[in-house]
Ligand binder design. Structure first.
Ligand code: GAP
Length: 449
């Protein structure tokens, strides 16, 4: 974990929030490379679950909502963790996080009685800070998909089964933090509320467990680092009939990456009652009115981001290339899927002091950047530049050398195998596109140099 945290900071993936002031617990900022990776994760999710499906539409709702929402949803009453205080060192912690009855800070064994601590951040709408104007930063994106249920269904003319999807920030005043991006106080979720006919909910539940799991596999997580966890009936959330988590094997142990919950008709019924609006769905043919059941697949972007860094991180002691310069050095390769990598292409002029090479490299860069996420790098020896790219997951390097000036061909180097091929500049875009779509480097039909 420390290696990932250090790489992420050094190369600009993730920084501690407000670091110049000493940082803040459980808050992080995504840097230039982290922003690219995070956006790629979100784009792939959106493409798969919204763009490529006719029956799922997306919304982008406000984070602050009418405070009644949180009464209806049960969050005011139930979104709590049991808070205890160590009588020896006064540390506050979650009762269910105490192991062997000992305080993790001082080893003390005497605690106060557990109190229910609400995890929602309270704030005020307008200048008067009284209870009448209080509301909360949303602790999940889900509720705005229920409050907008009718508006979305009618405006998009959707029929059950259909889904509303949303990506966005959520806020939780977690009692115990730590484990880097795993437990944040400001996090990002990607959720779908999938509305189905009562009675068909169990079938759809199984369907979404499979879809969610497959997404993680396709994003590059290894099957052996994933497992399903069925919540026992007695520990289900107040709204859930059944919940299955998809867990990932983090360095600190198995942890929830995502969840699939059968929320039944709980939310729509609650909001109907609290708002005095009829949120039932009317079947287009039979005209029957009913509350659809909701299957909710949800995942945290930050936890997936962390899992992908952990999964992709590989070290080769002594280096993969046995040049003098690389010998004895540790080489790091971040094996991210091509569509997720912050940079897909690095454009590298072999030398920076030959104007015709540099000019050609700039032309290639200008051509490629229209289609791909590209980085231009001319600083240092070519081997070092390759390794700088490998460390941040850059999928291919395109090198412009003296022969390029003569025959308009460039070398493409593959991050994972270090195999190299020679390709003519006019065929560069189609060749890189094929690689990004998953075509194997060696199957491209070019001789490996
Ligand atoms: N709408 C349902 C819901 O919010 P959840 O299991 O509480 O369910 C969904 O949260 C996902 O959000 C989790 O599977 C996890 O990936 C992510 N998540 C929850 N709390 C988090 C935190 N403190 N830091 C980072 N991610 C978190």
């Amino acid at each position: 974990m420390n290696k990932i945290i250090s790489l992420a900071k050094r190369r600009g993936f993730v920084f501690p929030s407000s670091e110049i002031y000493g940082g803040v617990e459980a808050l992080f900022d995504y840097g230039p490379l982290g922003t690219l990776l995070k956006n790629n994760i979100k784009r792939e999710w959106f493409k798969r679950f919204v763009q490529q499906r006719e029956e799922v539409v997306a919304i982008d709702a406000s984070i602050l909502m009418n405070p009644k929402v949180w009464e209806a949803s049960g969050h005011v009453q139930n979104f709590t963790d049991p808070l205890i205080e160590c009588k020896k060192c006064n540390d506050r912690l979650r009762e269910d996080h105490v192991q062997d009855g000992k305080c993790p800070s001082c080893g003390g064994k005497d605690f106060t009685e557990a109190k229910n601590f609400n995890l929602m951040f309270k704030t005020f709408l307008g200048p008067v800070q009284d209870d009448k104007n209080a509301t909360f930063l949303r602790p999940e994106t889900a509720q705005s998909m229920f409050t907008n249920f009718k508006l979305v269904q009618e405006s998009s003319r959707l029929q059950v089964p259909f889904g509303i999807a949303q990506q966005g920030k959520a806020f939780r005043n977690e009692i115990t933090t730590g484990n880097y991006l795993f437990r944040l106080r400001e996090l990002e979720q990607m959720e779908i509320e999938y509305f189905v006919k009562p009675g068909e909910d169990e079938k759809w539940f199984d369907y979404w467990v499979k879809e969610w799991r497959q997404f993680f596999l396709d994003m590059g997580l290894n099957e052996k680092n994933m497992r399903l966890y069925e919540h026992p009936k007695e520990s289900l959330s107040h709204y859930s009939k059944r919940t299955v988590d998809i867990e990932y094997k983090f360095p600190f142990g198995w942890g929830e990456l995502a969840g699939i919950a059968n929320r039944t008709d709980f939310d729509l019924k609650q909001h109907s009652q609290f708002s005095d609006q009829d949120l039932r769905y009317t079947d287009a043919e039979s005209k029957e009115k009913y509350y659809p059941f909701v299957i909710e697949p949800t995942m945290g972007v930050d936890r997936l981001f962390l899992a992908l860094l952990l999964e992709g991180y590989e070290e080769v002691q002594g280096g993969r290339t046995k040049t003098t310069e690389a010998t004895k050095e540790m080489e790091t390769i971040l094996k991210l899927k091509p569509l997720l990598a912050p940079f897909q292409v690095a454009v590298l002029p072999l030398v920076k002091n030959k104007p015709d090479v540099v000019k050609k490299a700039r032309e290639v860069f200008d051509m490629l950047k229209v289609n791909f996420s590209c980085q231009y790098d001319e600083a240092g020896a070519i081997g070092r530049r390759y390794r700088r790219g490998d460390e941040i997951g850059t999928v291919v390097s395109v090198t412009i050398d003296f022969d390029t000036i003569k025959d308009d061909t460039v070398t493409i180097r593959d991050r994972d195998t270090m195999a190299q091929i020679r390709v003519s500049i006019p065929r560069l875009v189609e060749t890189i596109s094929a690689l990004l779509q998953g075509v194997d480097f060696k199957s491209l039909g070019y001789p490996i140099l």
